[in-house]
Design a protein around this ligand. Structure first.
Ligand code: AMP
Ligand code: MN
Ligand code: MN
Length: 340
């Protein structure tokens, strides 16, 4: 049932043992919202625990209590009276769903989250789930400690591309300002999140070289095949390196994460990539979305490029002649002019 923020707060107050979770392939918002909720609920005297069914990228250790996040083991159970699912619809939490049969409270900001079960508070206008949790703190009358502020700020910053994307609203910046007043140091958080090993920078450059342009340069793609995927620790932010190409509307990154499993990220300047992701069984936001294609890397690539082209043609983002322009321009073969 759809509920209000006040009802969401009441559900949390009424619960005692709360299992918190967020989506697999977790990002700063998923982890930030979970860890902020963990601290708020414990402050309220509740038993609370975060489970996420995935590896937590090392950069996110900037958030306090990150080491408390557990990954469900085979046949493990957790005694809870409420399961709070953050930053995703309930279908992307992996094996956390096996931990408990407790009623679900879903707090999210994805426009594609329509299949909610249990009770849900979905605010598609919020830049991040952390923006909703920030409001929830006020609703609960909870004190935002510096540690909580760091988690919430990290979620706001990562989901807005450090307050660059179109989801950055006055309310987002006001929340960020309040969090900075509470002791967050934005420079330290970005430094931690941007940190890469020398090896990873080298691998990033190899990833950038896989870039190809399609459809008259309006689409750019980066290809992290099996071999590259084994070497790279962190693909976060890679897509932003090609999103900036002047001719590009839609940027994608496809990576082979297991046999016949390919993870896709989509970003855009105009096209509603959430609709493209939906056609491929995924979801997300208008200008940042994703999906998983359960096919071989080569098949998944073809399906993805075709689906992007078809959607853009149908919706006027590509002219028919551009759609027919199947020439792929590879960055690896692109010769710089002599004077560069
Ligand atoms: P990413 O490219 O992984 O940063 O994801 C971009 C946005 O799309 C994030 O808000 C994700 O939560 C969302 N997203 C990614 N993959 C999926 C999926 N398979 N289903 C629904 N939403 C997704
Ligand atoms: Mn997320
Ligand atoms: Mn989010």
């Amino acid at each position: 049932m759809k509920i209000t923020l006040a009802e969401t707060a009441a559900k949390l107050k009424a619960a005692n043992k709360i299992l918190l979770t967020a989506h697999v392939n977790p990002d700063g918002d998923a982890i930030g919202a979970s860890l902020a909720m963990l601290q708020i609920l414990r402050e309220m005297g509740k038993t609370a625990q975060v489970y996420i069914d995935d590896k937590i990228p090392t950069n996110f250790s900037v958030m306090p209590f990150e080491e408390e996040i557990r990954r469900p083991r085979e046949d493990e159970t957790f005694d809870a009276d409420l399961l709070v699912i953050l930053d995703t619809a309930p279908d992307r939490i992996g094996n956390v769903q096996k931990l408990t049969d407790a009623p679900i409270l879903n707090i999210d900001h994805h426009v594609t989250n329509k299949e909610a079960i249990g009770d849900w508070y979905i605010e598609a206008d919020a830049a991040a789930t952390c923006e909703i949790v920030f409001k929830l703190c006020h609703e609960l009358g909870a004190q935002i400690t510096r540690n909580i502020a760091v988690c919430l700020y990290t979620g706001l910053a990562t989901d807005t591309g450090f307050f660059n994307y179109s989801n950055t609203k006055p309310a987002t910046l006001r929340a960020a300002a309040e969090l900075v007043e509470l002791g967050v140091q934005p420079n330290l958080i970005s430094e931690q999140l941007e940190k890469r090993s020398f090896r990873d920078v080298k691998i990033m450059s190899a990833a950038v070289l896989t870039t190809k342009l399609f459809y008259n340069g309006k689409v750019a793609g980066m290809f992290i095949g099996e071999e590259l995927q084994r070497k790279v620790d962190n693909t976060e932010g890679l897509i932003d390196l090609i999103r900036v190409i002047d001719t590009v509307d839609v940027a994608f990154l496809i990576k082979s994460t297991a046999e016949n499993v390919c993870r896709v990220s989509l970003r855009s300047k105009m096209t509603e990539v959430s609709n493209i992701a939906k056609r491929l069984g995924g979801g997300g936001h208008i200008r940042a979305a994703g999906c998983t294609i359960n096919k071989s890397f080569d098949e998944a690539k073809q399906i993805l490029i075709r689906t992007i082209g078809e959607y853009m043609l149908e919706n006027g983002y590509l002219r028919p002649a551009e759609y027919e322009d199947r020439e792929e321009i590879s960055l690896a073969d692109y010769e710089l002019p002599d004077n560069v």
